[in-house]
Ligand binder design. Structure first.
Ligand code: HEM
Length: 527
């Protein structure tokens, strides 16, 4: 009884301490912005609490935040993410300044780990800073050029075929209700296993409900926003030494060790036998040896490297005016770390896009019919083969928040100075649903992405892959991977809402855009 009472008291003290801490941080960050004459809008404790209890999604919170920021009529506002004061920018021209003109100042992300034992995480492109980031990004950029991805197209086609065979087996000749999340998870895992690790994921060989070893480890290594991760993260930000002492790590040890073993085994085999493959792993091994074919200075590689066609400070780096990429060397751990990063960065994102594209196509039959016609015409023109140049037109928005830390820099046209280390966040989700940029934004309308329509909008109104030099290095890869899978799925099956389809869909309480209860659709083979 006494033990229970002490335990209960400790819980009450813990919760009270946490709320005291929240109030203290909010007050501190509010003061920070008020002293700088910047409107302060957050944090919202009720929403934070509901999120921790699983009753609010990050998507709902970000949408509300954007509305609040927009209602102030200011181009940027102050916000508190509990750990840090945070500038929340809603003005597209200001965003462009940050990403293009001042890109050199907004190049680092916030720290997610301090642990010395987080070896792989520390070597991932996503965590690198300054010159080190530039060096590795410039080494990796040529591996993501259109030409290189074109050579990998066979991998996308084969995995898409395997996925359609799997779906056919599950729904039978007459068709039936099926959770498409399962097939897309296997597809995204299969593509990354083949391209980045040089192995077969065996994800389509398993019985329903069973995951292959690669899939299990791949799932374990993904970032999931859980209550414990949030606490860990706050501790890393506020008391890095304590977090380090407690051995907090960004990436779980078990999958980390597994992937290290897998990839090092494949590299050893290739080096010993001289075997070569058309995949990222090969390209990274070539980049390490300085053997990568000479596309380093091509215009496109510079675009992959800088995320911009325009003249930016980063472009001068990319074209060799500052540090030369050849100065930087990669070792085997860099290769492993970035292959694992591609698994983290390219799995959930691609899967979410595929899931919602299937959902919208099931709901909007006329769009599905148009897409089917385009895909069939492309297949007919290419002897029934899916090719890189076939261009189906399904495009869908995704949530992604993106931010950078600045050294001291003044916001143009204002007296506001963003000090070193202060975070700047760009609310992509809100912008994508803003009527000022998109008419009827909740409507699934691929036509808004025609070149003519795109030219009518501000270039920064579409930020799915981020902007500037720190944008998504895998964007070209992801687009082709997604197009291959959607094309073959729509060619093989009719997608319709089924008896379990939730309309509107309930979103999951996680960092990425995922439906809470799977994505059940009625799927019928076309022949
Ligand atoms: C639909 C799929 C994808 C979406 C929506 C997406 C989105 C993003 C976003 C928003 C960023 C941050 C940009 C910023 O901070 O400004 C990012 C970074 C990154 N993405 Fe993706 N991504 C996708 C697929 C992929 C794939 C397939 C790969 C790898 C094969 C990949 C690898 C990366 C890497 C390595 C970074 C960090 C780049 C750096 O720090 O220099 N992503 N992605």
């Amino acid at each position: 009884m006494a033990v229970l009472a002490i335990f209960g008291l400790l819980v009450v003290l813990g919760v009270a301490g946490f709320f005291y801490f929240l109030i203290h941080q909010r007050k501190k960050h509010g003061q920070y912005f008020r002293q700088r004459n910047v409107t302060f809008i957050g944090a919202n404790f009720a929403d934070t609490f509901k999120f921790l209890m699983g009753k609010r999604t990050l998507m709902e919170i970000e949408t509300k935040l954007y509305q609040q920021a927009k209602e102030t009529g200011q181009p940027y506002v102050g916000f508190s993410d509990i750990a840090n004061p945070f500038y929340f920018v809603t003005d597209l021209e200001l965003m462009k300044n940050i990403y293009v003109k001042d890109s050199d100042h907004f190049v680092n992300r916030r720290t997610l780990t301090t642990s010395q034992s987080d070896i792989l995480f520390k070597k991932m492109l996503i965590s690198l800073e300054g010159e080190q980031w530039k060096g590795i990004r410039s080494k990796l950029s040529p591996t993501f050029s259109t030409g290189k991805i074109k050579r990998m197209f066979d991998i996308f086609e084969k995995s898409s075929q395997r996925m359609c065979d799997y779906v056919r087996k599950r729904v039978g000749a007459e068709g039936g209700d099926f959770d498409i999340c399962e097939a897309y998870s296997k597809y995204a895992m299969d593509v990354i296993a083949t391209c980045c690790f040089g192995v077969d994921s065996k994800s389509f060989d398993c019985e329903p409900g069973v995951l292959s070893e690669f899939e299990q480890m791949g799932n374990k290594i993904q970032f999931r926003v859980t209550v414990s991760l949030i606490f860990k993260f706050i501790l890393v930000q506020l008391a890095p030494k304590l977090a380090d002492f407690l051995g907090f790590k960004a990436v779980n040890t078990e999958p980390q060790d597994y992937f290290m073993k897998v990839i090092k085994g494949v590299m050893k085999h290739r080096r010993e036998t001289g075997e070569r493959h058309n995949d990222f792993l090969q390209l990274m091994m070539d980049a390490k040896e300085g053997l990568l074919k000479n596309e380093e200075n091509s215009k496109e590689t510079i675009e992959v490297m800088t995320g911009s066609k325009e003249d930016t400070p980063a472009n001068s780096f990319a074209s060799g005016e500052e540090s030369s990429p050849s100065k930087f060397t990669m070792d085997d751990d860099d290769i492993v770390a970035n292959a694992v990063l591609f698994l983290i960065g390219g799995f959930d994102t691609t899967q979410s896009l595929l899931i919602f594209a299937a959902y919208m196509l099931a709901l909007e039959q006329d769009v599905q019919e148009r897409l089917l016609k385009e895909v069939n015409a492309s297949l007919d023109a290419n002897g029934g083969k899916l090719t890189y140049d076939g261009k189906p037109c399904a495009t869908i928005h995704l949530l992604c928040g993106t931010n950078g830390c600045a050294p001291k820099i003044k916001i143009p046209g204002t007296d506001t100075v963003i000090e070193k280390g202060i975070l700047v966040g760009l609310p992509v989700l809100g912008i994508h649903r803003d009527e000022r940029y998109y008419e009827n934004p909740e409507k699934f309308d691929p036509e808004r992405f025609t070149p003519e329509k795109k030219a009518e909008r501000h270039a920064y109104a579409f930020g799915t892959f981020g902007f500037g030099p720190r944008n998504c290095i895998g964007m070209r890869f992801a687009k082709v991977e997604v197009m291959a899978a959607i094309s073959l799925l729509v060619h093989s099956f009719k997608l319709e809402p089924g008896q379990y389809t939730e309309i509107p869909v309930k979103m999951g309480n996680n960092s990425t855009l995922k439906p809470a209860n799977g994505m059940w659709l009625k799927i019928t083979p076309r022949s």
